[in-house]
Ligand binder design. Structure first.
Ligand code: FRU
Length: 328
């Protein structure tokens, strides 16, 4: 039985014991029936309280909900949680703000959550609060973006360095080993931005005739990528390929190039591969992107791990989700 269950059970048995003794005494007193009714009311109220329901309370701290991929992650969490009625999930949206995300987790701790799921906005600023939760004995599931160090129960996510390698290999293939590349980067303090860049560059290091000529940061956002791509187009009369760390930025770069009539001059590669009309898969099908790499949200797996942890089962310290290249 997990913390909430134990807490609920211990509390329920103490309450039953007390009620029994109270009722036996009251039966012999003149105001007994009134006192018993009052006690029954108190018991009912307590039994309906959060942890006394026997439900586990999970706090899910999301980095932001402004991006489609994160909306999909929340939907994946909610869908899988439906299969486990003993789990109650409270959600917080940090709106891409590290300080807000720290406050969100602190708020969860005050609510006495039984488990924390967090997809951190940036690694360094979120590390201390995650550590604090973990050291208080609260199991922590870190999703998709990492924190610094190992103070969590399990990390769930795809291997971003490997995705970077795969993107590098496909770029080299598309370029025939030669050409000028623009790399559009995600939020620098978030670990996928670092790993997707490192992996890509590790592969391209073997191709001396491929040059990364421009590598702006667009913080994972489509609009920022459009602006950055406009600058790249203005600075470089010829570009062969754009590698963006996610699909929204890749599509933003594509739109900027199309607006200048230069979209057919170059190829575009993104990451995420979301289904749906606005997703990367559709952008590949429409010929906007040459390829995308599936980056699973891990939402379903996080709920499954939470369920196991709360029932005292062991889970691996790292769960690596698989990726897949999507081309037309
Ligand atoms: C959404 C997102 C995804 C990306 C992931 C990396 O916030 O930018 O597009 O794959 O985060 O953490």
């Amino acid at each position: 039985m997990g913390r909430a269950g134990l807490r609920g059970a211990a509390c329920a048995s103490e309450l039953a014991d007390y009620a029994w003794r109270f009722a036996s005494r009251s039966l012999h007193s003149p105001r007994g029936p009134l006192r018993i009714t009052a006690l029954a009311f108190v018991c009912l109220t307590l039994a309906c309280g959060r942890h006394q329901t026997g439900k586990y309370l999970i706090g899910f701290s999301q980095a932001n909900l402004g991006e489609p991929w994160r909306v999909a992650m929340n939907a994946d969490v909610a869908a899988r949680a439906k299969d486990f009625p003993e789990l109650e999930i409270v959600y917080a949206d940090a709106q891409q703000d590290n300080a807000k995300q720290v406050a969100d987790v602190e708020n969860f701790l005050r609510q006495k959550i039984d488990l924390l799921i967090i997809s951190p906005n940036e690694a360094k600023p979120l590390t201390p609060v995650v550590k604090r939760a973990f050291e208080q004995g609260i199991p922590v599931i870190v999703l998709d973006r990492e924190i610094e160090g190992e103070t969590y129960t399990t990390f769930i996510g795809a291997n971003n360095r490997e995705i970077g390698h795969a993107a590098g290999e496909y770029a080299a293939e598309l370029l025939g080993g030669k050409g000028d590349v623009v790399e559009i980067k995600g939020l620098p303090g978030s670990t996928p931005a670092r790993d997707r860049s490192d992996g890509f560059r590790e592969v391209l290091a073997a191709y001396p005739e491929i040059h990364i000529i421009h590598d702006p940061v667009a913080n994972w956002l489509r609009e920022e990528a459009m602006t950055q791509m406009e600058a790249a187009l203005a600075a470089h009369p010829h570009i062969d390929l754009v590698y963006a760390h996610n699909d929204p930025m890749a599509v933003g770069a594509y739109l900027a190039a199309r607006a200048k009539g230069r979209d057919t001059e170059m190829k575009f590669i993104g990451i995420d591969g979301l289904p749906g009309l606005d997703g990367g898969r559709q952008a590949v099908a429409d010929g906007k992107l040459a390829a995308t790499f599936v980056y699973p949200t891990g939402g379903k797996e996080a709920v499954e791990s939470a369920e196991k942890i709360l029932h005292g089962e062991q889970v691996p310290h790292r769960v690596t989700l698989s990726t897949e290249r999507i081309t037309k």
